[in-house]
Design a binder for this molecule. Sequence first.
Ligand code: G6P
Ligand code: MN
Length: 441
Amino acid sequence: MKTYNLCIVGGGSTYTLGFLKSFVRLRDEFPIKKLTLFDIDKERQEKIGKYGEILFQERFPQLEFMYTMDKREAYEGMDFVFMQMRAGGLKMRAEDEHIPFRMGLIGQETCGAGGMAYGLRSCADMIQAVHDIRTYAPNAWILNYSNPAAIVAEALRREFPDDQRILNICDQPENVVRSCSRLLGCDWKDLDPVYFGLNHYGWFTHMYDVHTGEDLLPQIRNRIAENGFLPQDAEQRDQSWLDTYGMVQTMMHDFPDYLPNTYNQYYLYPQYKAAHLNPHVTRADEVMAGREKRVFDECEQVIAEGKLGDRFHTISDAHAEMMIQVAESIAYNRNDRHIVIVENNGAIANMQNDAMVEVVCELGMHGPRPMRVGNIPQFYLGLLVNQVSCEKLLVDAYFENSYQKALQAFTLNRLIGDAKKAREVLDALMEANEGMWPKLQ
Ligand code: G6P
Ligand code: MN
């Protein structure tokens, strides 16, 4: 079996521990030869790196493992680069969430004003990072799940139009499939979904039983109406995530055609959500007090004790598992089906070709082969055309340093929906992002 070299950009991320453990768990199906962590934050990465050394020494000693802040050392000889950067860190995520709230708007990591602020930061950092990777690893597969993935995907499409080995991915559609399997009491691999949308803004039109071909969506709809909807790993989630999954019931009550991605709650109920989310403690605050603390506490304990022991079992990570299985499908030309982000080119027949859409694809060594969904109904088309316009205008703003384009993007966004508010929140975010955004004029 051919083995591969892999680098994680954003080695100090709170998601990295989940990856390190998953590489051990999946080492028979995807045996990597060399794993390198890269980060610009020495202190964060060092803790995770030292943890990794202890973990692999215990459970995967053949693996060549290292962590570095040197680009050449990180990228040279790599077959896969996983990108999980958070431009501005969790501190700026908190700003993205709090600033809009002060104006009565939803503050959210990837949707609305906060998502666009993050988008302008990510465009700059991601484009630079991909140029760096291409300098040292011209043929590596770049699997990006840095957010906001919709905006990053559009920016990379424009900056690297001929690069066929950049793939943008999000775990949320597959998380929803896994949640359906919990609801139905089956294995999630028994479900064969049909899905269309933009990143963090899509719908399942069918959920077939792989074995019988029966469409289980009507059953799923009934069960959600009766019992609500929970994430597959509900026991490990904060209340805010349970509330988010809970909104699927409301969405399906109002729009019963399809099963929505959980993120649609922000686009469909912007005023309701703005009124009901806690403006004082946002998700970033929860993550810093929760996941971030747990991860770094675990690192410190393991480093102090010099061994992992039972801690190997503390995080079972669906997100890491998906990314690794995407890499596997490409590496071994398996053509497995995954929901990923690709240039539309007819996959959604009545949407523009150059939109970056999220659909089911078969994934092999030549990249994603999208599965067509045909024409989508007017309601969904209207929502998506509005949002794709917003995302494209924001990326125009980035490349053209255009305040006017940014104002148009903010005005179109359904979470803002008013030109005066758009200007107010744009100006506040521009000030908070001084030096991290392009200079908009
Ligand atoms: C899902 C989404 C990611 C997002 C994450 C936020 O996994 O697909 O794009 O970053 O949720 O989760 P958090 O726990 O950080 O709020
Ligand atoms: Mn996502």
